[in-house]
Structures are given as structure tokens and as C-alpha cells.
Design a protein around this ligand. Structure first.
Ligand code: FES
Length: 101
């Protein structure tokens, strides 16, 4: 496990996400009012593009069918059987760094 830079803080619009690729992984990084989160980029419902979703409260809403997922736990708030991977994030200066497993 190691924190790696995936984007600059200015790359991610507040309330929205950014698709990033790093070390062979594709992630979605979100800016929730200046606090950043990282999670899997693919919605487990029907493979929707989570990075194209938006933030409501502490959850990302999938743009395809509106399922929402907590950015801290990955838990789906619509279907308890669904979840997404989430990754620790830190901001180092202007760099968004994600702890990839
Ligand atoms: S594909 Fe994400 S809610 Fe359906």
C-alpha cells in the first residue's frame, strides 16, 4: 500500500468526479466541497460510469439509474447487496494522493 498522486486538486470540480488511471487501475476521484474521495469507477448495478456522477451529501450518485453510494464506506443506499471499493485519500500540497492496495 502506498499513496500515489492521481490528480491536482484543481482538476476535480466541486460536487463532481474525475476519471483517473494510475498503476493499471481506473478510479473515480470526487471533490465533496473540498474534501476528496476515491472509489471504483464502475457502478456495480449495470456498470455505469461513476466518475460521471455527482455528489449528494456524502454519497456519489450514479448517472445511469441514480443509485447512490457512500463515499466513506462504499455502501449502496438503494440496494444493500451492492457496494463499491473505496480508497484512502490525502491531499499533499495541491496533489490528490490515493492509497492503492
Ligand atoms: S448502472 Fe449505476 S445505477 Fe444503474
Amino acid at each position: 500500500m502506498a499513496f500515489v498522486k492521481v490528480a491536482e486538486t484543481t482538476d476535480v470540480t466541486a460536487g463532481y468526479g474525475l476519471l483517473v488511471e494510475r498503476d493499471g487501475r481506473t478510479l473515480a476521484v470526487f471533490n465533496a466541497g473540498g474534501k476528496f474521495y476515491a472509489c471504483s469507477a464502475v457502478c456495480p448495478h449495470e456498470d455505469g460510469p461513476l466518475a460521471d456522477g455527482w455528489i449528494e451529501g456524502n454519497a456519489v450518485v450514479c448517472p445511469w439509474h441514480g443509485f447512490d453510494f457512500e463515499l466513506t464506506s462504499g455502501r449502496c443506499l438503494v440496494d444493500a447487496e451492492l457496494s463499491i471499493a473505496t480508497y484512502p485519500v490525502r491531499v499533499n500540497g495541491t496533489a490528490i494522493e490515493v492509497d492503492l492496495p
